[in-house]
Design a protein. Structure first.
Length: 243
């Protein structure tokens, strides 16, 4: 039976991401499985205190050959757009709004983000300050990943459309059309994007976003077939279907 690990939204919470990987290491030690992939569901940046350190961890892990899959979240995509001079300035500037949290991300790189600084000046400074390796990582994030009976993505899928034909926009942005649909989607959809107080298993989907962007934890699970356990300091805790 295939085993996979998955980590929910991080949002600049460096210490909590480290803690999630420590829980995976402990589970690997118990099972003797050093090869099962760790799927990161995206939204590595924004709102939290140290997005730069989060991207540093991800880049270092990939360089060391860790079996990690890095998916794209909508916040990661907005950061990429902000650093891309081809994207119109007005569109890119939405990343800086308080609701999104891009200013906190820039601050983690040492960019001065005083509220009165114009977006175009911040953009120029950010393009000089954010390391090329971080920009490269944002360009190479995957929209989705399928392994056995599980389909991983950041936000969800468009119901009724084959998984191989999903649009990238839906995979990183969709909400109610997916969240409120009770149908089986041909695989268990493991996603984040919509924060809640706990990991929730709805039968056809599992949501791992537990609000790290608002001070909540970064949650991590292990999946075998379609069975899901949350990893805790005390070991595995089954995530039950709430239907």
């Amino acid at each position: 039976m295939l085993r996979s690990y998955a980590i929910g939204d991080v949002h600049g919470q460096h210490a909590k991401l480290v803690g999630a990987h420590e829980l995976i290491a402990a589970d690997r030690a118990r099972t003797g499985d050093a090869e099962a992939p760790v799927v990161h569901l995206g939204d590595y940046v924004d709102r939290g205190p140290d997005s730069k350190a989060v991207l540093d961890i991800l880049i270092a892990g990939l360089a060391d050959g860790a079996p990690w899959i890095l998916l794209k979240g909508n916040h990661d995509d907005m950061m990429r757009d902000f650093l891309d001079p081809i994207v119109p300035s007005g569109e890119a500037a939405r990343w800086l709004t308080d609701k999104v949290g891009g200013r906190q991300t820039l601050a983690s790189y040492g960019v001065s983000v005083a509220s009165l600084r114009a977006a175009d000046r911040l953009r120029k400074e950010a393009c000089k300050t954010v390391p090329s390796g971080h920009r490269d990582l944002l360009e190479t994030l995957r929209p989705s990943y399928r392994r056995g009976e599980v389909f991983f993505c950041h936000a969800g899928i468009r119901p009724g459309i084959p998984l191989d034909d999903q649009s990238e926009r839906d995979l990183i942005w969709i909400r109610d059309e997916f969240l409120l649909d009770p149908r089986d989607h041909g695989a268990l959809i493991v996603h984040g994007h919509t924060p809640g107080e706990r990991v929730v298993h709805c039968g056809n989907r599992v949501n791992l976003d537990t609000g790290a962007g608002y001070g909540g934890p970064v949650s991590v699970v292990v999946i075998e077939g379609r069975a899901v356990w949350q990893l805790t300091p005390d070991g595995r805790v089954p995530v039950r279907d709430v239907r």
